[in-house]
Design a protein around this ligand. Structure first.
Ligand code: GTP
Ligand code: MG
Length: 195
């Protein structure tokens, strides 16, 4: 699946701009700056197909990428970013919630968690929303290259503990580094296996 063509389809700013729900879709949600866009670049092997940046709040639209003919990969705006104008943040958050709750073909949401920081209160809010929408979600720990081996197990346990409270959570965690490539092949096969 990942050997086929990958293309940017469109950026969406309102629900009526969503492409037709005609194929399996997975999305990448997470706090601003957690590494959503970088992960899409690593998965597709196309550096720069999703715009990544050190500036939190980089992704401001729902960006659709086509993976061959049969999948959409969806890059979402980050949540929990306090430094944008309130009206802008509220607009993104509303769109994000509408999308997560209303997309029929959304097969799995990957909720990205910084492997240094674990699950935060804003992540819990998104997880609750996904529970109520009955969208299966799976946690992907990002920036594994920045975590000391000693701290790893502690964060993994914190995340496992948090997931235990969420009926929509898929229990298996994926530890990744978009920089070094850890976990990228595993995540590709998880996505390829969804139907
Ligand atoms: P928003 O679109 O603002 O919500 O951010 P995002 O979640 O898309 O994050 P993005 O991919 O833009 O990455 C944010 C910063 O983290 C960038 O400076 C990336 O280079 C860095 N980053 C992302 N993934 C990794 C990783 O695996 N390891 C390291 N060391 N840095 C990473
Ligand atoms: Mg982004």
């Amino acid at each position: 699946l990942f050997a086929g063509p990958v293309d940017f389809l469109k950026g969406v700013v309102a629900m009526d701009g969503l492409p037709e729900a005609d194929r399996v879709e997975v999305c990448f949600a997470g706090r601003s700056n957690v590494g959503k866009s970088s992960l899409i670049n690593a998965l597709t092997g196309r550096k720069g197909i999703a715009r990544a940046s050190n500036t939190p709040g980089r992704t401001q639209e729902i960006n659709f990428f086509t993976l061959g003919e049969e999948r959409y990969l969806v890059d979402l705006p980050g949540y929990g970013y306090a430094n944008a104008p309130l009206a802008v943040v509220e607009k993104w958050q509303r769109l994000l919630k509408q999308y997560l709750q209303g997309r029929q073909t959304l097969r799995r949401a990957f909720v990205l968690i910084d492997a240094r920081h674990g699950v935060k209160a804003v992540d819990e809010e998104i997880m609750k929303l996904l529970d109520s929408a009955a969208v299966t979600f799976q946690c992907v720990l990002t920036k594994a290259d920045k975590v000391k081996l000693n701290d790893r197990e502690r964060v993994l346990n914190q995340v496992r503990g948090a997931l235990a409270k969420h009926p929509a959570a898929f229990p298996e965690l994926v530890l990744t580094s978009s920089e070094k490539g850890d976990g990228i092949a595993s995540l590709r096969s998880i996505i390829a296996g969804l139907d």
